[in-house]
Design a protein around this ligand. Sequence first.
Ligand SMILES: [Cu+2]
Length: 248
Amino acid sequence: MAVAVITALIAIAVGIWLSYQIHWFPVQASTQAKRTDHLYHVLVIATIPIFVLVVSVILYCVWQFRMKPGEELKDGPPIHGNTRLEVFWTALPTVLLLSMVGYSFVVLAENEKKPAHEIQIGVTGQQFFWSFQYPPSVTGGAELNSYELYLPVNETVHFNMRSKDVIHAFWIPAFRLQEDLVPGITTHYRATPDRIGEYPAVCNLLCGVGHSLMRTTVHVVTPAAFHAWIKSQLSASTASTTTGGASG
Ligand SMILES: [Cu+2]
């Protein structure tokens, strides 16, 4: 018994150590990503002792209660119920599950909380590309429609997502956020990018033959670079309309 307990404790320790060595996810580029990853790691650590316990009980029973020579026609002892054991194996998973669900709920609520200040950006999905709408409240001028997604760092953005045809899903792995785009309704999520860089945004629902090409890049830049980009896009779009839109 002592050997079994020590082996189990070593297995738990090795499992938890391994969970720190494995890089589960891409780089964290939003405050939501940090909370989500922390939640994930807590869940992994909570499940390691349970996994070891279950496997230990299985191995012990396989070894202890195996059929020995001469027992081929024997039946097991007639046992009916064990109240203490049944209460234990109902109460423990209930407490564990409720605490994990509770923590997940807190993280979700925290990720979706409306901050004092946020910017609105429209996301349009269609077979097989993305476009982004920056309203006058963001551009300080006319509304801007672009095929590029630029975001200012450390500013919460509220995405308003619409689909023109079928269901798509707007997934930014580095932000750990994803939501479906459903024709006829507008869906939302909030992201607070907190790391300057370029990250992929991917359609994560099979939407047709061009689905695998439905990707773009999220550019997280300084607020100054963001406003400079908006300005350059606005002047480019007015230039193309005044010259008759040669580029189409
Ligand atoms: Cu798609």
